[in-house]
Write a protein that binds this ligand. Sequence first.
Ligand code: MUC
Ligand code: MG
Length: 373
Amino acid sequence: MIHALIERIDALIVDLPTIRPHKLAMHTMQQQTLVVIRLICSDGVEGIGEATTIGGLAYGYESPEGIKANIDAHLAPALVGMAADNINAAMLRLDTLAKGNTFAKSGIESALLDAQGKRLGLPVSELLGGRVRDSLEVAWTLASGNTAQDVQEAEHMLEIRRHRIFKLKIGANPLQQDLAHVVAIKRALGERASVRVDVNQYWNESQAIHACKVLADNGIDLIEQPISRINRSGQVRLNQRSPAPIMADESIESVEDAFSLAADGAASVFALKIAKNGGPRAVLRTAQIAQAAGIALYGGTMLEGSIGTLASAHAFITLRQLTWSTELFGPLLLTEEIVNEPPQYRDFALHIPRTPGLGLTLDESRLARFARR
Ligand code: MUC
Ligand code: MG
C-alpha cells in the first residue's frame, strides 16, 4: 500500500568556507560546495540528502552546478508522483532514465532513506539491515602543503584524541620532494599514528614502483590510487609488486568498476564512497563484491558536509569488515554547520545517532545564509 508520494525535490547549492586551504594534487580547496537535496513527501515528511564533489570538475565528471541542473531537469520530474516509500522503484526509475550521475543519485537515495527512516521512526542504518557498531574511527587528512604545519596539526589531533590515522595528499610536487615530506611526517609521529598517502592518480607506473617501495620501507601503511584509473594493467602489476597495500579510489566510479577491479586483482583495498557508487545502498553492493573477493574496506569521503557524512556512516556501520577504518571528517574541515545536530566526534571516532532517518534536521536560517543565489 502506498502511504506517501514524492511531491517535490529541491536541490540547493551551498558554499561553506574551509578551516584552511586543503591542498589536493588536482585542486586546492578554499571552500566546499554542497548540493543539499530536500525531498518533500505528501505525508508531510521531508528527507534530506547531499550530493557533493571536490573542486568543481577537478575530481569527477559531475560539478555542483551540473548535479543541480540534472536533478532539476531530469531526475526530480521523473520521481514526482512516485511512492516515497519504495526506494527500489525510485532508484530503478533513475537508473533507467539516467546513465552515470552517481553523485546526484546518491543524494536522492540518501534523501529517500532519510524520509523513510523518519516515517517509520528508524535510523537509516536499521533500514539497511541493522548496525553492527555505533561508531567509526576517523582519519584526518594533512594537506596544508607544509611539512612542519602538517606535523603540528597531527600532534594537536593526537593530543585532543580526535585522530590517530593521517592521510597525506601527495602527487603534485616532484617525487623526491613528496617522499621526503611523507617520511619526515612519519618519523615525527612514529608508532603513535598510522600514516597513509593518497596520490590521486598523479604518478606513472615507473614512479609508483619505486615510490611504493620507499613508502613501505618507511612505515607507510596504505597507498591510495597511485596511478591513473585508466591504466588497469599497470594497477594489476603494482598491486602485485608493492610491499604496501594499494587502495582503489578513483578507479571505482560504479559498482561495476568494483567488480572488474576485483576480477582483475587491481587493488587489495577499496575506498567506499556513496557518491561514486550511487548512494548508501549502492555502496553496500560494492562492499559485498569486495568481501566476496577478499578485498579489505575503507570508508571514504568526498569531503561531504554533515548530511553526506552521516549518509555514508549509516551504511558503513552495517559492514562486518572495515579493516582500514574511515575518513569521514568532512564536517570538521568546514567552519560552518547547516544542521541542528552537528555530528559527534570524540575518542578518535564519529558516533552515529540512533534517532530516525539520518538523525539530522536542517538549520533553516544558516541554510538560507549560505545557499547560493
Ligand atoms: C580523495 O581523493 O580521497 C578524501 C579525503 C581528502 O582529504 O580528500 C578526499 C578525496
Ligand atoms: Mg582518494
